[in-house]
Design a protein around this ligand. Structure first.
Ligand code: BTX
Length: 338
């Protein structure tokens, strides 16, 4: 795939006024911007500008204010605003259209709405907080403000329906490789959609699709990563962890992590589209947690099975060697070790 990375293309102003203000400061490159220039560029009163700057300060942005000169941006906190994520992003499609929300029910709900309205492949929705974050099978995903990457990516692959679960595995490889590269933490993949550190869940992937007859219309790929969470509610305390907990309080910054993840995800997605799942499978297996181990697979509306996990097939289904020597193909299940 070739062409200009999307950050080099002409970009529209974001819809969020604070993002527009930040963009003007970025363009000013550390110089003062007057309140008058800001209010003219954004078409709002100087009082409104002052209010937005106060809100940005409350979020951790540091401004110097000098009479008759205006404002100068001194320091930026780690909030993955769309403009911040797109700046310097080296992708052809993923993230070219990015939407940031401070609070949202679920980034999946937003990406579905954008997809139905015709948004292009690669559109990304990021939230600082989700109040109804979704897991699989109607479960919830704990997504408090400022502590994680809560993100959905819109894909429109030309794929047969039965191959779509492979995209969860492609995403898992992209996340593991990115986090290992950025932090050195040895994430492992627990089939099909969990990423674990020291046996606890640090990341979940939710792949939802809309199809008409046998054709995929779009895929909403939801990614949740616990980045700087210092603790979890009691019901999650024994099963969840964060990058920060695993690094003695050192959390990587979310914005560069999101950028690198989008770049890696695009690289692997293009590889998958061009060469098929066989190009991804060995990379998945290199990080798989339970290969060769005894496991229990709890399936919805089917019997629970016990056996040895021996690999995945070309569809991405888990292969389970049963006691009688047969091999079962598991397409959807919750897995427990042992
Ligand atoms: P899952 O069904 O495999 O996992 C959900 C289960 O994981 C919950 O029932 C709970 O036990 C546990 N859990 C909940 N929150 C957390 C957490 N923060 N860390 C660790 N364990 C947790 C996994 O589904 C798929 C999750 C995808 C989340 C992303 S976030 C962006 C996008 N938007 C959205 O609403 N969902 C996705």
């Amino acid at each position: 795939m070739s062409g200009n990375p999307c950050w080099r293309r002409q970009e529209r102003f974001g819809t969020n006024v604070k993002e527009q203000i930040l963009r003007l400061f970025k363009e000013a490159n550390g110089q003062f911007v007057s309140g008058e220039a800001l209010s003219e560029a954004l078409g709002c009163s100087r009082t409104a500008i002052w209010k937005h700057i106060s809100e940005l300060r409350a979020q951790g942005y540091q401004f110097e204010a000098v009479r008759r000169s205006g404002y100068r941006l001194l320091a930026t906190p780690d909030i993955p605003y769309a403009e911040q994520v797109k700046a310097g992003l080296n992708t052809q499609r993923l993230g070219c259209e990015t939407h940031f929300f401070e609070t949202v029910e679920s980034t999946q709900t937003e990406i579905h709405a954008l997809a139905r309205a015709g948004a292009p492949e690669g559109t990304v929705v990021i939230a600082d907080e989700q109040v109804k974050g979704k897991g699989r099978l109607g479960r919830s995903w704990h997504s408090p403000p400022g502590s994680g990457i809560w993100m959905s990516v819109l894909l429109r692959p030309k794929l047969e329906l039965q191959r779509c679960p492979q995209l969860t595995l492609v995403a898992a490889v992209a996340i593991v490789e990115t986090i290992r590269e950025q932090t050195g933490l040895p994430l492992m993949i627990k089939w099909p959609n969990d990423l674990l550190l020291n046996g606890k869940k640090v990341c979940g992937i939710l792949t939802e699709l809309r199809a008409e007859s046998d054709c995929v219309d779009y895929i909403a790929l939801g990614i949740g990563i616990n980045v700087s969470s210092a603790s979890f509610p009691s019901e999650l305390a024994d099963i969840a962890t964060s990058l920060s907990i695993e690094q003695q309080g050192q959390a990587p910054l979310r914005t560069p992590l999101i950028k690198r993840l989008l770049e890696k995800l695009e690289e692997l997605y293009f590889l998958y589209v061009e060469q098929g799942f066989s190009a991804i499978k060995p990379r998945w297996e290199a990080h798989a947690l339970m290969l060769g181990k005894p496991i229990t697979a709890r399936r919805v509306n089917s019997a629970t099975l016990q056996g040895i996990a021996i690999g995945i097939d070309e569809q991405g289904a888990l292969l389970l060697r049963m006691e009688d020597g047969r091999t079962e193909h598991i397409y959807s299940a919750d897995i427990d070790m042992g």
